[in-house]
Design a protein around this ligand. Structure first.
Ligand SMILES: NC(=O)c1ccc[n+]([C@@H]2O[C@H](COP(=O)([O-])OP(=O)(O)OC[C@H]3O[C@@H](n4cnc5c(N)ncnc54)[C@H](OP(=O)(O)O)[C@@H]3O)[C@@H](O)[C@H]2O)c1
Length: 331
């Protein structure tokens, strides 16, 4: 392939639609333990936007190429690479900078993905489905038939929670802020879908027959998260993993003293830092199986070419989207 590639870069933090530009770069020759990956797809996630704005806890050296996840195909390998062959579909390492046509990566940092999985779907397995899977396993021991509740249920992460919970036999209460999503999520497998309002606690009780809810997943914060916390059973856990409202979660003392609720957080970056290769593989395996069977699907609103990076980031920053905004490199 050509040794010149296009890459999105930003040299200063700021409004992504203003600071992002697409430049031509030289593609390095791979070292013996490296592979060249031609990118096929990469999503624009909220964390990517926050990183360009300078609001994400991981600060890259500038200039930087954004993109925390993506999928591609191996097109060249160094002499000592044995774990992957040319033609393999792979997921890029965490925080790598995926918004570029091709990259040179240490081969042992790449994760091989079954070729049957559509590249756009493969590109979005690394953050939201892994987050959903870990949150459903690492905090509360849930049995088949148990309930959990979540907000921002129509988000990429929220829909992954619905799909994985279904596969695990768990039942989900899904809170959204737009009425048109209620029926849509029910059709897609949500056991209960409700519009967020002041009556949500009563509606949850009615919809679940008063069954105890021992896990809440919070991607919003503020009043919305508090309304969800109030639906929980004693000794339940709320896991906060996003803060889309940008509002802090203020917890009434009674929820701590009388209900003994536990409030904790999850960050997939930390999970990747701490997980062994075996633990990563064990988490990816069931997600690959689900994706192959069409049970794990991230909704896409629009695909863009890399040259359209400014329009793509502006689109990704819009609320009320009907799915992810994705770069498609091979279209
Ligand atoms: N901690 C971690 O490791 C981790 C991992 C994955 C994701 N996340 C976080 O999880 C969140 C969701 O990520 P995603 O990729 O799934 O997002 P996404 O697909 O882009 O969806 C964004 C969601 O946020 C909702 N939203 C936006 N502004 C809101 C507000 N002011 N109040 C309530 N809801 C609001 C949107 O609702 P509308 O559609 O109605 O606009 C939509 O449901 C993000 O904060 C992301 O950073 C964290």
């Amino acid at each position: 392939m050509s040794r010149k590639i296009k890459a999105a870069i930003y040299e200063t933090h700021g409004n992504p639609a203003e600071v992002l530009r697409v430049v031509e770069q030289d593609l390095l020759t791979p070292a013996a333990d490296e592979a060249v990956v031609k990118m096929r797809a990469a999503p624009l996630n909220p964390a990517d936007i926050n990183a360009i704005e300078g609001k994400y806890p991981v600060k890259p050296t500038l200039p930087a190429t954004p993109g925390m996840e993506g999928a591609g195909v191996v097109v060249e390998t160094g002499a000592k690479v044995t774990n992957l062959a040319v033609g393999a579909q792979v997921i890029l390492p965490h925080n790598f900078g995926t918004w570029r046509e091709a990259c040179v990566v240490r081969a042992d940092r790449l994760i091989a993905v079954p070729p049957e999985i559509d590249p756009v779907q493969a590109a979005m397995l690394k953050i939201n489905p892994i987050t959903a899977w870990r949150m459903l396993h690492d905090f509360v021991p849930l049995q088949r038939g148990d309930w959990l509740i979540q907000n921002a249920a129509n988000s990429g992460a929220g829909r992954a929670v619905i799909q994985i919970a279904k596969e695990l036999g768990l039942r989900t209460v899904n809170i959204v802020r737009r009425s048109e999503l209620v029926d849509e999520l029910r059709t897609e497998g949500a056991d209960v879908a409700l519009l967020d309002d002041d009556n949500v606690r009563d509606q949850v009780k009615e919809s679940t027959g008063g069954a105890p809810i021992r896990l809440a997943l919070n991607a919003v914060g503020g009043e919305n998260a508090l309304r969800i916390a109030k639906t929980l059973a004693s000794d339940a856990t709320m896991v906060t993993y996003g803060a889309m409202s940008l509002q802090p979660l203020t917890i009434p003392n009674g929820l701590l003293i009388f209900k003994n609720l536990r409030f904790t957080g999850f960050w997939v970056n930390k999970w990747y830092d701490n997980a062994t290769p075996e633990q990563r593989a064990a988490t990816f395996m069931p997600l690959f199986q689900m994706a192959k069977r069409g049970l794990l699907q991230t909704k896409v609103e629009k695909e863009y070419r890399l040259e359209e990076a400014t329009a793509a980031v502006a689109h990704a920053m819009k609320n009320r989207r009907n799915g992810k905004v994705v770069f498609r490199f091979d279209s």
